[in-house]
Design a protein. Structure first.
Lengths: 113, 114
């Protein structure tokens, strides 16, 4: 069981480009969560998805950010027209159900130049 | 606003000493968890304590929870250099919501000197 896999580990984008972050949950996990961590800060919840459904997107910025978890394939966090303030570590977690058995991936570190 | 706030923000101790980190939160919870994060890495789950529990142990870790004071503490006994990391507390939303939203504090950065 490979755990929660995130790729890429590091991503550099110029301002205005699009960033796509991928997360493959642990085998058997159908719940996926995305968090953002700014330097020297804790993690901030962004979105909670189950297969083909967004359950809670209360932490997602209203513009430029979107997330999906299709029937097949990884969950994708998409940031359009990136700005310097989007530079952060983005973590994905998965679970079988709710917050019990939450497992985090190693994160994607996005740098916007 | 932050649900959890860890205290202190940074802690530096010698190997073999005990390290105590505190966490306070604002709203009612179902449970509280502690995580460790090594520099530049992901989070590792350490321990979960439910709202009806007062104390829990796991190896060198001891967690207490005081729901009347809305606070928790994490004690690491006989610390090792390998314990150097940031430690975060995280609470669930506490209401019958999406059951997926963990609320993290800003963390305590622990440095254990050999």
């Amino acid at each position: 069981n490979a755990g929660v896999m995130q790729n890429p580990r590091h991503l550099v984008r110029r301002r205005g480009q699009e960033a796509r972050l991928r997360c493959s949950p642990m085998k058997g996990h159908s719940h996926v969560y995305w968090y953002r961590q700014l330097p020297e800060e804790g993690l901030k919840f962004m979105v909670y998805l189950q297969k083909e459904n967004i359950i809670d997107e209360s932490g997602m910025p209203k513009e430029r950010f979107s997330a999906e978890f299709p029937k097949e394939g990884p969950s994708i966090l998409r940031i359009q027209q990136v700005v310097r303030g989007d530079s952060a570590a983005y973590f994905c977690a998965s679970s079988r159900q709710g917050i019990h058995g939450y497992t985090f991936g190693s994160g994607t570190r996005l740098t916007v130049v | 606003s932050q649900q959890g706030e860890e205290d202190p923000q940074a802690l530096s101790i010698q190997e073999g000493e005990n390290a105590t980190m505190n966490c306070s939160y604002k709203t009612s919870i179902n449970n509280l968890q502690w995580y460790r994060q090594n520099s530049g890495r992901g989070l590792v789950h350490l321990i979960l304590i439910r709202s009806n529990e007062r104390e829990k142990h796991s190896g060198r870790l001891r967690v207490t929870l005081d729901t009347s004071k809305k606070s928790s503490s994490l004690l690491i006994t006989a610390s090792r250099a390998a314990d150097t990391a940031s430690y975060f507390c995280a609470t669930d939303a506490g209401y019958g919501g999406s059951q997926g939203n963990l609320i993290f504090g800003k963390g305590t950065k622990l440095s254990v000197k050999p």
